[in-house]
Write a protein that binds this ligand. Sequence first.
Ligand code: NAD
Ligand code: ADE
Length: 423
Amino acid sequence: MTQMTASKNEIKDISLAGTGENRINWAKSQMLVLNSIMNRFSKEKPLNKIKISACCHVTTETAVLALTLQAGGADCLLIASNPLSTQDDVAAALVKNHNVSVFAIKGESTDTYRKHVSIALNHEPNVIIDDGSDVVATLLKDKKDLLKNIIGTTEETTTGLVRLRAMQKDGVLTFPSIAVNDSQTKHMFDNRYGTGQSTLDGIIRATNVLIAGKVLVVAGYGWCGKGAAKRAQGLGARVVVTEIDPIKAIEATMDGFQVLPMSEACKIGDIFITVTGNKSVIDKQHFEQMKDGAIVCNSGHFDLEINLDVLSKMSQGKRTIRPFLEEYKVSGKNIFILAEGRLVNLGAAEGHPALVMDMSFANQALAVEYLVKNKGKLKAGVQILPSEIDKEIASLKLKTLGINIDKLTPEQIHYMNSWQEGT
Ligand code: NAD
Ligand code: ADE
């Protein structure tokens, strides 16, 4: 049942609000850095009257971010950043209990997704929080008249930043864009430990296969790939890595993984994970050589890392075995695709755990505040948050984890700033 509540929302089912509220509170209890920002925002109201359109995965953790922005005085509208990642109970709780406008339904069509992107822009935002740059790309292509309202935007993910930097190269990025992904407290933890754990979680929830003893191929040894490879190894898989960057390939080798080109890896893999941010990483020639029963999934931002169009054309039939697990019949063998080739960790599981999203979304909240505080003063283009903000988030996180670290002594500060002392 799709439910329209006036034109302020488009969600699946408002009666799911109770479950959503409980789950949001559970996530909130683990997001102590964001809680401290929410408390400060409630007092200082740094986002008073600021209109925000947020395009994020609609999860319990995103709900806590939305409530933080709202506590700061913002008028926040939320849409999904992927057709399959919405948690419908969370959307319901935000609408029913918190007066946040939400346009997101798990399993929405691409047309509905695009309609929601338009709705996000029609909100006439001053700040856009994007995850993948679809809202900013639509603004620049189709809604340039709204540029006058924009103070700046923030971007959550690696692929979104690749697109923003291409926009900047083309000379069309006329406002500041904060690269939240490039804060150390974001990509070193969210992309690595978050994607690492939740990708394996997605594979296990969709299939319930035993990972131990399997040959698991990870395509891409960036921040996400490193996390997925390590967690798969921890569960007992024999991990093979594919790369196109020679430095990353050496790193994977010295981390103890076998490195092969996909043309070889495709013949021996039991499970495949793509996390490259690139397209057609698994293609016709790879499907042709895969073993019967191979399980193929993606945790990169877009659903083009696995060439599903070609698989559909090669296939003599397709059926759903269980939620998020589809069997394709290809020349007498079966190939299994998880979560329609979309982000498996958000489609078949719940995305990253709250404890790690705490730092990602602390960056988001502080990036929005930074844009608003510095309205009109920042240069146009992609930029990272000042390192003091990154360090402050790390210090707050350590505090919430009850971990103390050393401080430089005056003697050490002097030594680190001088050259006279040596052998
Ligand atoms: P990254 O740039 O750190 O790593 C990507 C790696 O893929 C690089 O090492 C690159 O050399 C490699 N690569 C590119 N093309 C390749 C190919 N054809 N074959 C093999 N390797 C190839 O990026 P990242 O931060 O690891 O992000 C990867 C993707 O995951 C992006 O799309 C990003 O937006 C997405 N992401 C998803 C989640 C999630 O929740 N699932 C979280 C964060 C990022
Ligand atoms: N990206 C990855 N995991 C996420 C989560 N739990 N919430 C929002 N965005 C995410």
